[in-house]
Design a protein around this ligand. Structure first.
Ligand code: NAD
Ligand code: ZN
Length: 232
């Protein structure tokens, strides 16, 4: 399972770190149904800015290591809280986006139409007359049911659960490594800081993921980083 910390070294700010503010606003004020109702144009400005930051970013060594791991082991599922597409761009295939995808948008009324976003509109509109919204899960909203159910299923049956770059305070996602630990998996945390999940882990690797994860896979003789560091 991954959180915002795995993308930090790609230059994507985390929510709770020092760089997690935008024009003095807290993410919680913008990433919520109330925030969108109050000022949809402001919310869209924030998401468009985040999309630009993402478009200029590249996957790092940790994203690539997970893609290699997926290609190496028999069964692998990546549950991410990240709304960015860096896992896919690094080559990961089976990715469960528990909190949605920032590159997509959907109708606020969920009318089911295919949406095409007009970049010239401050608030892009759906063909049905309702505003479009970013296709992410906001504070106070439910997670996509099928994806979270599948993630919990995999956590319950996995042998090893890597928990990378998550503060472990956002539920239900934070329950995934806790369930894996309870079901007897080897749970390994990769995070420069202690989290509420740390005590449930069998092994804790303190440090940034882009350096530690390739090293872990190579020293455990699972897979090596290709010479030059690029590709999968
Ligand atoms: P968070 O901001 O709460 O916590 C980030 C965690 O990453 C912290 O524990 C921090 O110590 C750790 N970290 C920082 N740098 C790291 C590094 N180089 N390597 C490894 N770990 C590092 O993030 P979260 O737990 O994912 O919070 C959840 C919410 O934030 C989610 O809802 C998610 O959708 C949203 N979010 C996503 C993105 C993204 O898609 N990249 C960015 C910001 C926030
Ligand atoms: Zn619609």
């Amino acid at each position: 399972m991954t959180g915002a910390g795995i993308s930090a070294e790609s230059g994507i700010p985390t929510f709770r770190g020092a760089g997690g503010l935008w024009e003095g606003f807290r993410a919680e004020e913008l990433a919520s149904p109330e925030g969108f109702r109050k000022d949809p144009a402001k919310v869209w400005r924030w998401y468009r800015w985040r999309r630009e930051v993402l478009a200029a970013a590249e996957p790092n060594g940790a994203h690539r290591a997970l893609a290699r791991l997926e290609a190496t082991v028999a069964s692998f599922t990546l549950a991410t809280q990240n709304v960015d597409d860096l896992h896919e761009r690094a080559g990961s295939r089976r990715v469960l986006h528990l909190h949605g995808e920032i590159t997509r948008s959907r109708c606020l009324r969920d009318c089911g139409r295919e949406v095409e976003e007009d970049p010239d509109l401050a608030v892009p509109m759906c063909g049905c007359g309702s505003p479009l919204r970013p296709a992410v899960v906001w504070f106070g909203e439910m997670l996509p049911e099928e994806k979270i159910a599948l993630a919990f299923e995999e956590a319950d049956r996995c042998d090893v659960c890597l928990v990378i770059g998550t503060s472990g305070v956002v539920f239900p996602a934070a329950g995934i490594p806790l369930l894996a630990a309870k079901a007897g998996a080897l749970v390994i945390e990769v995070n420069p800081e202690e989290t509420p999940i740390s005590t449930a882990c069998n092994c804790v690797l303190r440090g940034p993921a882009a350096g530690l994860l390739p090293k872990l896979l190579s020293e455990a003789r699972i897979c090596e980083e290709p010479v030059g560091g690029g590709g999968v």
